[in-house]
Design a protein around this ligand. Structure first.
Ligand code: ADP
Ligand code: MG
Length: 339
């Protein structure tokens, strides 16, 4: 009898140990896309297939929206003459329209027509240098939402200046994150985490391990997202946020920049001046429930600076900034609802 109990207890302990450590099926894939490292993690038995479908879509989006790539829809717009309506598909029309509407709401702090200016700066290339002021002034004559006319009925975009060129770089990763979650869901995935170079998207929280689920009755716990310390090795975290569902996007001046005569020139530009924004901020992190909007918000809030953030704060669930003194401020603290 005693022996039987011992064997039984032994088996029970083993079972519990196994269950406690057993992880839910999880699969991750990483690829360089949209000029950044994209990694998608999905939980569930069909995660691998679902992630493959996501990457197919992301590659397609990248091809379509990449301003630098000949053959992209954006490239076609950028090389088109003025006053000629350019036909685009519904997705591109909506993307451009939403960007312009947002630009208006952000009082011009966000501007998808900055490509002629950012090309002069050439951030992220060996040619990166401070442009001639006259070149910036000239480029600025081609920028601004008023240089584009949208015809919804015929789904066309018309430039009113032949030099006008679009760059969806500050918005497309957020849109892509949103599309990725949609595809995962369509493929039966209900828990996922993805990161498109600073655009993080989470869905359904992280599945709890078997034993924990048994003990707490909780199917999922929030994903923990770290806020990167600027200029520190990647992964150095200043603060963590917990989130089950939503988009967390960071725009910062510490990844794409060059230095000249001791001054840092970074890739987030003030559309009014054509020069990098200097307002004491090193990074802005936004939490929102729409991917495209989250991405646009992070860039726009960086440009607006802490003082003017109230303009867009009601669209965010959370706003965190890190300033030049490495001080972190929760401009709008995120409240994580229990799932
Ligand atoms: P990242 O793409 O590095 O994550 P952002 O989302 O903030 O960062 O987008 C910055 C990119 O968007 C720049 O590299 C440039 O191509 C473009 N850009 C720069 N300034 C602006 C701006 N004020 N509004 C819209 N796009 C911008
Ligand atoms: Mg952005």
């Amino acid at each position: 009898m005693m022996k039987q109990i011992k064997v039984f207890a032994g088996i029970l302990v083993l079972l519990l140990l196994f269950a406690g450590f057993a992880k839910p099926a999880v699969y991750t894939e990483t690829e360089f896309l949209m000029d950044t490292v994209v990694s998608v993690t999905a939980y569930g038995t069909h995660a691998k297939e679902a992630i493959s479908a996501v990457f197919m879509r992301l590659r397609e989006l990248d091809k379509k929206c990449n301003a630098h790539q000949k053959g992209s829809v954006i490239y076609a717009i950028n090389t088109a003459p003025k006053n000629v309506p350019i036909s685009v598909d519904e997705e591109m029309f909506d993307l451009i329209q939403q960007s312009l509407l947002f630009s208006n709401d952000a009082q011009g702090a966000f501007d998808i027509t900055l490509f002629p200016v950012s090309t002069l700066w050439a951030f992220g290339t060996k040619e990166a240098t401070v442009p001639q002021e006259t070149a910036i002034v000239t480029a600025l004559t081609t920028t601004g939402a008023d240089k584009l006319m949208l015809d919804k009925e015929n789904r066309t975009i018309t430039k009113t200046n032949s030099g006008t060129q679009l760059d969806l770089g500050a918005a497309v990763k957020g849109y892509a994150a949103e599309e990725a979650l949609k595809i995962l869901k369509e493929n039966g995935i209900s828990h996922a985490y993805l990161d498109l170079g600073g655009n993080v998207a989470v869905m359904g929280g992280k599945p709890t391990r078997f034993l924990k689920r048994l003990l707490t009755g909780k199917k999922a716990e929030p994903f923990i997202i770290g806020l990167q310390m600027p200029d520190a090795p990647r992964g150095t975290v200043m603060e963590t946020l917990s989130l089950y569902d939503g988009f967390i996007v960071t725009s910062g001046n510490y990844e794409r920049y060059f230095e000249e005569n001791g001054k840092r020139y970074h890739h987030i530009l003030n559309p009014k001046t054509g020069y990098p924004v200097y307002n004491g901020l090193k990074s802005v992190t936004v939490v929102a429930d729409n991917g495209l909007e989250a991405d646009m918000l992070s860039t726009a809030l960086f440009v607006l600076g802490e003082e003017n953030m109230p303009l867009l704060a009601n669209r965010c669930q959370g706003i965190y900034v890190i300033d030049d003194q490495m001080e972190l401020t929760a401009v709008k603290p995120l409240i994580t609802a229990e799932n």
